[in-house]
Design a protein around this ligand. Structure first.
Ligand code: ADP
Length: 440
């Protein structure tokens, strides 16, 4: 960043210097040309006003202006273009001047002006011709540097200025970048401290994203820690039971009548362990991100109808009535996950229902594809409605355990819903029942 700022600053100053030099030279050269022309005109008029060249007695041989007027070339031309006098060369050596534009213009209009580039290209010659009263033409000329030679001659100065400005730029940019970067470095070293506001408003979204990511990482780490602690705890209970019952049987402290009960308890605990481990494995599988590949177009109502008929036995055992209302509903989803989703929600509705209660299950796609499970069960208190989707969270722990719940069912449901970009809502009133609604 520092290097970039340095290079850009130097580049900008170089462009600025160049533009200024070109601009100023152009303007001043324009003014200079104007001044040269004006001076020439004054000189010509002064010479004319002396009436020196008009007096009939003037003999070109006697005119001598060369000594005093080195800067100024004076040429006297006759009506036909013959050079009568020139202070720089002998008139005989000069060709007829009738073809010179300034002479032609002076003969026509009284005054003529031209600028000609000299051979060396570095100089311009300015001509000013004036028609005298006797019909001859007096021409004055002077040489001036061309714009290129002005530029060329100012090159050492310009180079000196450039070097100086580059040095100043490097020093300035060094200071500037240091000043600019210091607050950023300070913020970077205290990224998690949200009381430190970003030094520049352009950095606010960047800082927010980083802070959000930081908070997410921390909360994910905390969730993982909690999950590990919960898993260990959940596994420990059935394992302790199995170990205890087995020990009692091993030491023959159980009589024949109790043995059957103990074996059943061991089997139930083992079953519980299996369900727990199955759910944990399922959750970790759902954590994988490449789920999209296994999506297909399917009819949700068929899958739900299947689950309903599978769970009919459970419902009958608990004397709960299952009502299913389904119309074709095509969505893009993972079949296995949809089955799990329906299974978990309907099983919960049976499990947390009252004797003689009912469960209404609905699939339709009137507005949006929708799957609803509505029960007349024990309901969930308002304060706990959000928490039931957390891993291992149970409202009534003993009831959950007694019915074979792991506390992971709704966590799996929530995960599946997220993978499908769907939404799940819960409406519930204790004693009246609960409604889980999944919209795709
Ligand atoms: P569990 O295996 O314990 O059922 P879940 O994650 O499926 O675990 O549900 C979490 C908790 O939410 C349950 O323990 C229960 O207290 C409550 N719950 C879930 N579904 C219902 C329901 N339909 N009616 C009342 N309470 C429910």
């Amino acid at each position: 960043m520092k290097k970039k700022i340095n290079v850009r600053l130097v580049f900008i100053s170089l462009v600025a210097i160049l533009a200024t030099v070109i601009g100023i030279t152009t303007v001043y050269y324009g003014l200079f040309q104007k001044q040269v022309r004006k001076d020439l005109a004054v000189s010509a008029k002064l010479l004319k006003d002396t009436h020196y060249f008009e007096s009939a007695s003037t003999d070109p041989e006697t005119i001598d202006l060369s000594t005093d007027m080195e800067e100024l070339r004076v040429t006297w031309v006759d009506k036909d273009g013959t050079v009568l006098y020139d202070n720089d060369a002998s008139p005989e050596s000069l060709s007829n001047h009738s073809d010179r534009p300034e002479i032609q213009e002076a003969l026509e209009k009284g005054v003529g002006e031209t600028v000609r580039r000299s051979d060396t290209m570095n100089k311009n010659t300015f001509y000013y011709a004036l028609l005298l009263d006797n019909g001859t033409v007096l021409r004055v000329a002077t040489e001036a540097e061309s714009v290129w030679s002005v530029l060329y001659s100012s090159l050492p100065l310009v180079a000196g200025i450039v070097v100086m400005i580059v040095i100043v730029c490097v020093m300035l940019s060094h200071m500037l970048t240091k000043q600019l970067i210091r607050p950023i470095e300070k913020m970077a070293s205290n990224m998690e401290d949200s009381s430190i506001t970003p030094p520049y408003k352009e950095l606010v979204p960047f800082a927010n994203t980083i802070r959000q990511q930081h908070a997410d990482i921390l909360s994910a780490a905390k969730a993982r820690q909690d999950f590990t602690a919960n898993v260990s705890h959940e596994l420990k209970t059935p394992l302790t039971a199995i170990s205890g019952y087995a020990e009692l049987m091993e030491t023959h402290m159980v009589d024949a009548t109790q043995e059957e009960h103990f074996v059943r308890e061991i089997r139930k605990s083992a079953q519980r362990l299996l369900s727990l481990i199955n759910d944990i494995i399922r959750l970790s599988e759902l954590d994988r991100t490449d789920q999209e590949e296994s999506f297909e177009i399917l009819d949700l109502s068929e899958i739900v109808a299947d689950c309903v008929s599978n769970l009919q036995v459970n419902a009958d055992q608990k004397n709960v009535r299952l009502e299913y209302q389904g119309s074709p509903c095509t969505i893009r989803a993972n079949k296995e996950m949809m089955r799990e989703l329906a299974d978990n929600l309907i099983q919960n509705a049976i499990r947390y229902n009252n004797e003689g209660g009912s469960v209404r299950i609905k699939v339709d796609s009137e507005d949006v594809p929708e799957f609803v499970v509505e029960d007349t069960g024990i309901g969930i208190p308002k304060a706990e409605q959000d928490r039931v989707f957390e891993r291992f969270y149970r409202v009534d722990k003993s009831r959950s355990k007694a019915t074979g719940g792991t506390g992971l069912g709704l966590a799996i449901v929530k995960h599946i819903v997220e993978i499908h970009d769907a939404k799940i809502t819960l409406e519930s009133e204790p004693g009246k029942g609960s409604t889980f609604r999944v919209t795709f």
